[in-house]
Design a protein around this ligand. Structure first.
Ligand code: GCU
Length: 685
């Protein structure tokens, strides 16, 4: 289990003699003249790795000496020109950027790790170790990097009773029995994992803030929140809390939480001041308000800007930020009501408020208009508000994509979202250029995501789901990185360099999203899942319910008409030409057809197949592909430790059962509805 726990920070002994000699010559001693928790963390990581990988005990000098082989620090203290770097090269980087350079001075080899700030140094250390763990020579290295997104955040959905909302990897590492676990070592190791892939912010409790958690912002719990924040700070990760909008009532003894009430405003101002006494660099609040029965400004006839601004004003003196979630929709819809469309909700609620939010409010928008389905179009709200800070929200937890039983490597999906052209400011206004703040010059921007870890020995339930956590961090650091490179790195770091293992696991990861999509709800229509827990098929599970997630299948056809002429008009929310592309049957891409259109089963897709035949074919195929995953994985027996091998094997068998159920229920359901037989005459029940 230890190998599962170490995830991609294995620091395996280097067995290649020449590489070992090369690395060892650099890892004799280290000089660092600055003192900060972050720099200490960098030194600690390098020391640990040198020990494990090379059996070297580095001498650490806290003064400058020419004897040192590794020179580490910020550009203010290192004489970078001495090592053939220009001062500008580092100075012009953003605050988290760094340079790693190896030099050969008078026959001694030296490595310089220089950051714009101490955070850059830490990221440099992790990158250097990645080079070594993936067997790259570091002679002649000159590596310059800086992150492309400002906020690279993680949202824990952990509750204080120890459970995790949508958690598939055991219980919380933070909380237990309405208190803290006190397992600071585990939290530190989580901080290391996050920091190693560049995550720089975390909210440590569920967006649904229940009774006990409401007290996290009180003196009852703040000392322990402070301890956690201290740990994360040393890894360059800023701590946030999710708050309950009704806190002034629940813990403040006030009669109202009305954002325009002076008493409420004063209460929050004092509350925020108190929090900053414990955590001077506290990040701010994440807020789920007026969403799925959570309290919010609507209750007082105020709007979201009133609510968010009230909190923003309290946080502003301390440079704190409010992440205000846009997951706001009618979750008590009458299924008979065909005019309400959940997909429209975020845009309809927030777009009219553009310009009304203070500049330390950030709108947090889910990647799609619904809820992290295997396939959705991009949320049309992204890029539509020129005057309002935005971050995009992903879900690393696989709520609707197999729950870390089924394999689903999400980096290729996220990559498609990031590279989607919104046309907000003409051609080339990709999502990544909006969320990195460059299109509208947002003060705050970036990406956030729901975490997928818990206290399982391997953090993520399925060991291969570690790749999503790793990939999330690496991709949002640099959205231009390819899915292939990210997967390749992850496999090498996690399982080592064996060519067979690398190619097999990489292939499995890269195929897995499409495989999952093949046996799931077809052509972008989404849902069709069991209620509440959201695993496994239940085609009409939500069809006559209140959640606004319908597929409208009848004997003739299926899909949701979201066109401007005959449907809900949702397509109107996109910029041209996307609005026309999605609105028209002729141009709507196959994979999203049923998200935007209601069509007959016999409708012919661009692929040349009918919708019904596509359903049959993909569902038979998806199941076979899962059988294929099992064969591929089994070929690796003996090539890794039993713990990780068996862990994945076991999950793949659960996936096979799931895929079989999806295949047979979907095929049977649509065969019975349509009466159209499978052209290939396979077994349908
Ligand atoms: C989904 C999920 C909920 C979660 C919600 C949210 O609907 O099923 O558990 O609370 O998203 O993002 O707020």
């Amino acid at each position: 289990a230890e190998k599962g726990y170490k995830a991609w920070l294995q620091y395996n002994e280097i067995t290649d003699e020449s590489l070992k000699a090369e690395y060892s010559s650099y890892f004799a001693s280290l000089s660092v003249t600055e003192d900060s928790p972050i720099l200490n963390a960098a030194v600690e990581e390098l020391t640990l790795a040198a020990n494990a990988m090379l059996g070297k005990d580095m001498t650490i000098y806290n003064y400058f000496t020419d004897d040192a082989t590794i020179i580490l620090g910020t550009y203010q203290t290192i004489d970078v020109e001495e090592y053939g770097l220009s001062a500008d090269e580092v100075k012009n980087l953003n605050d988290e950027g760094y340079v790693i350079k190896s030099v050969n001075q008078a026959d001694t080899k030296k490595l310089v790790l220089v950051g714009k700030t101490d955070k850059g140094v830490l990221y440099a250390a992790f990158q250097l170790l990645r080079f070594m763990q993936t067997s790259n020579s570091i002679d002649g290295l000159h590596h310059v990097e800086q992150p492309k997104n400002q906020f690279r955040m993680m949202n824990q959905w952990d509750n204080m009773d120890g459970s995790i909302e949508r958690g598939y990897s055991g219980n919380s590492i933070f909380y237990d029995e309405n208190g803290f676990t006190g397992d600071l070592t585990r939290i530190k190791d989580y901080a290391r994992l996050l920091s190693s892939v560049g995550i720089n912010a975390i909210s440590i409790n569920n967006v649904n803030v229940w009774e006990v958690e409401t007290n996290l912002i009180t003196s009852k719990f703040l000392p322990e929140v402070q301890q956690i924040a201290d740990i994360f700070r040393a890894y360059g990760v800023q701590t946030f809390l999710s708050i309950n909008f009704a806190s002034p009532i629940q813990i403040g003894g006030l009669a109202t939480a009305d954002p325009l009430d002076a008493g409420v405003q004063k209460w929050w101002a004092e509350k925020v001041e108190e929090i900053y006494k414990y955590i001077p660099d506290f990040g701010g609040f994440v807020v789920k308000a007026d969403s799925e029965h959570r309290p919010g400004p609507f209750f007082y006839d105020r709007d979201h800007a009133d609510g968010a601004n009230m909190l923003a004003e309290a946080l502003a003196p301390f440079n704190g930020v409010v992440f205000w979630r846009c997951f706001v929709y009618n979750c008590l819809q009458d299924w008979r009501d065909r005019s309400t469309d959940r997909a429209r909700a975020a845009f309809d609620h927030f777009k009219p408020l553009d310009g009304k939010f203070l500049d330390n409010v950030v709108l947090q928008i889910k990647n799609g208009p619904m809820d992290f389905q295997v396939r959705e179009p991009i949320s049309p709200l992204i890029g539509s508000m020129e005057k309002t800070n935005q971050v995009m929200e992903f879900q690393v937890a696989q709520e609707y994509t197999g729950q870390q039983k089924d394999l689903c490597f999400l980096v290729p999906q996220w990559k498609e979202y990031l590279k989607f052209d919104t046309h907000a400011k003409g051609e080339g206004t990709t999502v990544d250029s909006i969320v990195n703040g460059s299109v509208y010059d947002f003060k705050y921007s970036g990406i956030t995501a729901v975490s997928n870890i818990g206290n399982d020995a391997n953090w993520t339930g399925n060991t291969l789901a570690q790749a999503n956590l790793f990939g999330y961090g690496r991709l949002i650091w640099n959205p231009d990185a390819t899915s292939e490179d990210i997967a390749d790195d992850w496999v090498r770091l996690t399982f080592g360099d064996d060519k067979n293992v690398v190619e097999t696991v990489k292939g499995m990861l890269l195929d897995s999203w499409h495989i999952y999509e093949n046996y799931n709800a077809p052509l972008g229509v989404g849902w069709m899942i069991n209620q509440h827990h959201h695993y496994g098929p239940n085609i009409d599970g939500y069809e006559y319910d209140v959640w606004g997630t319908y597929h409208f299948s009848d004997r003739d056809g299926m899909g949701v008409d979201r066109t401007m002429e005959t449907g809900t008009g949702y397509t109107e929310q996109y910029f041209s030409p996307n609005k026309e592309i999605y609105n028209s049957l002729e141009t709507c891409p196959d994979e999203l057809l049923l998200f935007f259109h209601h069509v007959p089963y016999t409708y012919e897709l661009k692929s040349g197949k009918t919708v019904i035949q596509h359903i049959y074919d993909t569902h038979f195929l998806g199941f076979e592909q899962v059988e294929g995953l099992i064969t591929r994985w089994n070929s690796l027996e003996g090539k890794m430790d039993d713990y990780r091998f068996n862990n994945v094997k076991e999950r793949l068998h659960m996936q096979l059962k799931n895929a079989r159920e999806w295949r047979d229920q979907i095929n049977t359901y649509f065969y019975r509805k349509s009466g159209v037989p499978d052209a290939k005459n396979r077994t349908i029940y």
